[in-house]
Design a protein around this ligand. Structure first.
Ligand SMILES: Cc1cc2nc3c(=O)[nH]c(=O)nc-3n(C[C@H](O)[C@H](O)[C@H](O)COP(=O)(O)OP(=O)(O)OC[C@H]3O[C@@H](n4cnc5c(N)ncnc54)[C@H](O)[C@@H]3O)c2cc1C
Length: 378
């Protein structure tokens, strides 16, 4: 049996050097001088996600983005809706931009550090704090923030996708417009392609589904190949980067097992249920956590009950009436201006905005879904 080495003490331990772990770390480094340890499972940090976010509210990457688009396109068969507003942009970074930024800020500190290759399984509480065992070493901290994902519940609605960065043999992509959703017709699920053009030849093309059945990776890849072949029959493509994701479209139960132990990120519902976006929430929630930490107040994230309620109704609609869900997206994008859409997606809307949205949507089926949500009371 290997001998466990003595305990090393920290003020704060963050499990996971991903989106929520890094945004929280950055906020702690900015506003406190606590001794922080980050334990990350991956052995190497490289690009594994392409993050996009609206330019409002601003975050550290708003101006340091890799690419930014002002024309937002949503397509339903031959119908193309273009949204444009000079003040709104859809910004993009690669996940390694955030990893590098987090590492750079850590290197500027004396007492905080990141350890890679740490697959955390054992966590215990003792009288001195919370104890974490990793690779035969013990780490102790008064506060632990844990971004390990929760197990997904099979049969529940999820957003599942695979994206491929393709390089075309000809100039085919319009670099000033992003295709947010190009809907495909299905009766039992919602599917759309998401296209982020980086250059006229290079783009990330993603096949995304909203359904309760997940596919094998090859299915999404063959979707993308078929889509490209159909749209650009005389163009050949190469690719060398892929990313995949399965994101819950339901609320995860909050389980903070110990005092001063907090789930963060996807495991704490930081991903918006209806859209799968978490980038802006991670900055907002990390700020809130550190603000409360400094003020010595109970650490919890404030959530708008109305947003949770509306998202639950919307997700219930997708699950129960997938063939009609496109109609909701169509009305949403056709009738609302992009400012209202962005406010809604960023959870920064007024009651008037909600009324504007509810007024235009098909009511009977939505009301049915609302009653189901109320009856389920989850
Ligand atoms: C491919 C992809 C693209 C996305 N694109 C967008 C987007 O464009 N815009 C947007 O707003 N949202 C997007 N999302 C949703 C969301 O922003 C991301 O999922 C985001 O990474 C969630 O942050 P997180 O901190 O919860 O998880 P992660 O960023 O995955 O971080 C969790 C970290 O914990 C580590 N970990 C896991 N288990 C252990 C363990 N046992 N011990 C130690 N460490 C562990 C992981 O390796 C990981 O580094 C995307 C999601 C995916 C999957």
């Amino acid at each position: 049996m290997m001998k466990i080495q003595p305990i090393t003490k920290f003020d704060i331990i963050i499990i996971g050097f991903g989106l929520s772990g890094i945004t929280l770390l950055l906020e702690f480094l900015k506003r406190t001088n606590k001794k922080i340890l980050i334990l990350e499972k991956k052995k190497k940090l490289e690009r594994d996600k392409t993050w996009c976010f609206w330019n409002k509210p601003a975050n550290i990457f708003t101006k340091k983005n890799r690419k930014s688009w002002k024309k937002i396109i949503v397509m339903f068969g031959n119908k193309k809706i273009t949204k444009y507003d000079e003040s709104i942009s859809y910004n993009q970074i690669f996940s390694d931009d955030l990893y590098d930024y987090g590492k750079k800020k850590l290197n500027q500190t004396k007492n905080s550090k990141l350890l890679l290759g740490q697959n955390i399984k054992k966590i215990k509480e003792n009288k001195d704090g919370i104890c974490i065992e990793s690779n035969n070493k013990l780490y102790l901290a008064k506060y632990v923030f844990d971004s390990r994902p929760s197990k997904l519940i099979s049969g529940r609605l999820v957003q599942h996708f695979c994206g491929i960065e393709v390089e075309a043999s000809k100039n085919i992509f319009k670099t000033d417009e992003v295709i947010l959703m190009n809907f495909q017709k299905h009766t039992d699920k919602v599917q759309f392609f998401y296209i982020l053009p980086f250059t006229e030849k290079k783009a990330l093309v993603e096949s995304t589904y909203l359904s309760n059945v997940i596919f094998k990776k090859n299915k999404y890849i063959s979707d993308i190949h078929k889509f490209l072949l159909n749209k650009y029959p005389n163009v050949s493509f190469t690719n060398n980067y892929r990313e995949i994701g399965v994101i819950p479209m339901y609320r995860l139960k909050r389980r903070n097992s110990y005092n001063n132990f907090f789930k963060i990120g996807t495991a704490d519902n930081w991903v918006r249920m209806s859209s799968g976006y978490a980038f802006q929430n991670s900055f907002k929630n990390s700020k809130e956590i550190v603000r409360r930490f400094i003020a010595n107040r109970k650490i919890k994230i404030k959530e708008r009950k109305i947003t949770i309620f509306l998202d639950k109704i919307f997700c219930k609609f997708i699950l129960n009436y997938p063939s009609e869900a496109q109609k909701i997206f169509l009305i949403f994008f056709e009738r609302l201006n992009i400012q209202t859409i962005v406010k809604f997606m960023n959870d920064d809307y007024s009651i008037l905005d909600v009324l504007k949205i509810l007024f235009i949507l098909p009511k009977i089926r939505l009301l049915k879904c609302m009653f189901i949500v109320l009856l389920e009371n989850e």
